[in-house]
Ligand binder design. Structure first.
Ligand SMILES: C[S@@+](CC[C@H](N)C(=O)[O-])C[C@H]1O[C@@H](n2cnc3c(N)ncnc32)[C@H](O)[C@@H]1O
Length: 332
């Protein structure tokens, strides 16, 4: 059974620094195991959550500001313009639980729209970025208890230290698109258990669209998305004694029509041998490492997925250009 590796970032607990260093060791061991396994398999692949260390999270923030990256500004506009309507459809909430919270910037809009919220629990794998975002959020919303949790949201079995009360889940940025349909179903089933009876769930989900709009969002003119991808190799060099030459790999974003998803790869520009933790990996020219998927859903497709995981679709909001959707789900 998968272990629950979530850890509270709450300060002042006895043994916190020893616990933190043990947790860091466990995180590095998990990263090493995933990278060594992922580079040995064919086709090569590394799970996308490892794209997010402190550098990766900062680069993702830069991506959200790009002219090509429509998801953040469209989702932000939906939360701004339809916030009151969304809050009314949600009803009373005591605890907001955000999966893959990142900078939590959009969350402020939701918190403002919700009346009487007591607590906010942001969950993310990117520890230092999460701590900073949680501090900023707490300073912005006086009276709101903020309890960040570091961990992998696909493997959490409990919400450590979460207060009782009516819960709303929030999963923004179409991060659910990084999961395969099977993984997304498993995630939604697990989220239902974490959030509990009568909870609601608001998810930002990217819509299917023309490739002229879609592909540049994952491969921009300034090369920020390329830097974000290549940071995975730089992270392997930093944390796992790797010797990747990041100038000898290129970022590729391609649409897989059959699977309805953008696939991101790092492609070897030459034949080369790379070492990680003392193991050698030889790449042919053009050989790829699959690093990320971003699944796209029509509104009915996502509602069918939610239903299959036990969630009842309540309402879906889209922008007028049909770029992005916000889905409200409720547990029966
Ligand atoms: C696409 S970004 C979205 C960030 C933010 N929600 C937004 O909309 O701007 C994905 C976020 O989820 C986090 N993340 C990715 N996989 C994760 C996992 N398995 N468990 C916890 N956090 C994860 C990343 O660190 C990152 O902050």
């Amino acid at each position: 059974m998968a272990s629950d590796i979530s850890t509270s970032l709450a300060e002042g607990r006895p043994g916190t620094s020893a616990a933190k260093s043990a947790q860091r060791e466990a995180q590095t061991a998990e990263f090493a195991a995933a990278v060594l396994k992922g580079l040995a398999r064919r086709p090569r692949s590394i799970p996308s959550r490892f794209l997010y260390d402190a550098v990766g999270s900062a680069l993702f923030e830069e991506i959200t500001e790009l002219k090509e990256y429509y998801p953040t500004r469209t989702e932000t506009a939906l939360l701004k313009d339809r916030g009151a309507e969304i809050a009314q459809a949600i009803g009373g909430v005591d605890v907001l639980v955000e999966f893959g919270s990142g900078s939590s910037r959009k969350t402020s809009l939701l918190i403002e729209a919700l009346d009487g919220l007591d607590s906010y629990i942001p969950i993310d794998v990117s520890e230092s970025f999460l701590a900073e975002a949680a501090k900023r959020l707490a300073a912005q919303h006086a009276g709101l208890t903020v309890k960040p949790l570091v961990g992998d949201f696909t493997r959490m079995t409990t919400l450590a230290g979460a207060p009782r009360g009516q819960k709303l889940g929030f999963f923004s940025g179409s991060t659910i698109g990084n999961l395969t349909h099977e993984e997304a179903t498993g995630f939604l089933v697990n989220a239902a258990q974490l959030l509990g009876r009568d909870s609601t769930f608001l998810l930002g989900v990217d819509l299917k669209k023309n490739l002229d709009i879609l592909i540049p969002a994952y491969d921009d003119d300034d090369g920020v998305t390329a830097s974000f991808s290549l940071n995975l190799l730089a992270r392997i060099n930093r944390e796992l004694d790797g010797d990747f030459d990041t100038t000898q790999f290129a970022h590729r974003a391609v649409y897989n029509e059959a699977k309805g998803r953008v696939e991101i790869y790092l492609e070897s520009l030459t034949e080369q041998t790379v070492h990680v933790r003392g193991r050698s990996f030889t790449f042919a020219r053009d050989e790829r490492i699959h690093t990320e998927n971003s699944h796209k859903y029509s509104v009915p497709e996502f509602q069918a997925l939610a239903l299959s995981a036990g969630w009842q679709p309540v309402e879906a909001w889209t922008d007028e250009d049909q770029l992005f959707s916000l889905h409200l789900l409720r547990l029966a």
